[in-house]
Ligand binder design. Sequence first.
Ligand SMILES: C[S@@+](CC[C@H](N)C(=O)[O-])C[C@H]1O[C@@H](n2cnc3c(N)ncnc32)[C@H](O)[C@@H]1O
Length: 248
Amino acid sequence: MTSDRNPIVAAFDAAAETYDSVTPVQREVAHALVFRAAEAVKKPPGAILDLGAGAGHVTGFALARWPEAEITALDAAPAMLRRLRAKFPNVATIARDARDLHDLPRYDLILSSMMLHWLDDPRAALMAWRGHLARNGKLCVATPVAGSLSQWREFLNASGMEDATWAFPPENFAEGLGARLEFSDFSAAYPDARAFLRGLKQAGARTPRPGARPTPAGAMRRLLAASPGPFRIGFRIAFLTLDADQPE
Ligand SMILES: C[S@@+](CC[C@H](N)C(=O)[O-])C[C@H]1O[C@@H](n2cnc3c(N)ncnc32)[C@H](O)[C@@H]1O
């Protein structure tokens, strides 16, 4: 699937130039993910795959941690990968849907940060990705779960408006897969709600939840104009680690 057929990916593709400057939480989560992965692997991984690599937050931290590793960054948004290559010219990139790894080799470490929740079936993706682990390989994933962006939902609900932002998986979405799971809370402060919404759009995270009716632009403008600052937003992040060939 290419970016022009998948609206989620098209939105990220269009935000490639601004993504880095508006994603402090994503950067922090990427750092925490690579830190956890380094604790999970027994020896330095030779081949690493970064799924939904975006502009390279995870790739950058992985490169710094394992400079000898062969790192491949995969994302369906070509403009994101162009940004990534501009920063890390020696990293191989693959522009394609992360649900389709069929012809790719096995990796010692597969990483993915802040992408799994955009997929229609996160459990199926985890199982498919685990199948691409080399012997003793590790799959380390960070994903926001239910409870993330709750301040924004409450802000809209208090004004009687429907929240159309993406729905996050429940905390137990990976139950039964044998994953080791840790939760951690992250947050970012904005001068006001308008700045938060602008940041979300500049990050490319603008695709509404299927079936939701986004607030009409005029009503949203009036609401934001009346919103007091500052505005703090929280993300509840699940860090999952799966081993190669674990029983389900
Ligand atoms: C929130 S960004 C995260 C980027 C990076 N991992 C980070 O932590 O900054 C989500 C990324 O997932 C990519 N993405 C979304 N759906 C995808 C899919 N089905 N296949 C491949 N990439 C996808 C988007 O293009 C975007 O670059």
